[in-house]
Design a protein around this ligand. Sequence first.
Ligand code: 13P
Length: 263
Amino acid sequence: MLLDALTKGMRKTIIAGNWKMNKTPSEATSLIEEIKPLVADANCEVIICVPYVDLGIAIEATRDTNIKVGAQNCHWAESGAFTGEISTGMLKELGVEYVVIGHSERRQYFGETDETVNKRVKAALAAGLKPIVCVGELLWERECNITNEVIARQIKLDLWDVTPEEMANVVIAYEPVWAIGTGKTATAEQAEEVCEFIRACLKGLYGLEIAASVTIQYGGSMNDKNAAELLAKTNVDGGLIGGASLVAEKFAAIVDATKPAEY
Ligand code: 13P
């Protein structure tokens, strides 16, 4: 859509690494030291979403740099008998700024539902954290031609009761489940088609202005080779990167792919 193209430059471009369950604290320190100089002149927001045990050292190691730190989940309660969970207050006190919520691996392996995703999103926003809300269809849902229905439902339920004001702090990540960790990237056209549809859903829920301002990332086998083509698409405002974010040079190359071509 023409309007989406006109407003692309106004949206924040965000490249976020989702380290998943990788890197011990000492390994995290080394990787961050490698990444730091390579992304120092980035012209986009750079985030690393690290395992809970690496958060403290990541915050320290990125102090006075342009790298922001994110967690990979948070609970909705302030405190209590929730063994194994981490509260938004705990993350906030550490200095965490972003939090990935509703990743398909949480939905697939840990019983996360749109209802719990929504609770976590609202708790994160209430605590002043910026949620990166993940949505995406399974392969068989795509094959059954219900991608749009699945995405519309996730967007509506995951953002239920999120206010228009709070949307300024929400990032959406479109991650087709069949493209995650499979080496099978969505084509730039497929990514654009769904990201455009997500923006249309946001328009229906929040109106044109807010829809035009929300950063929508693509995630799923994004790497240093395919990033530029994906990021050039009108409604793809960044990337949520798994495997390639664990290799400093590859992650930095994706960050560089957000820079406008030089003539
Ligand atoms: P990969 O880049 O390893 O496919 O993972 C994508 C992802 O799930 C990011 O959250």
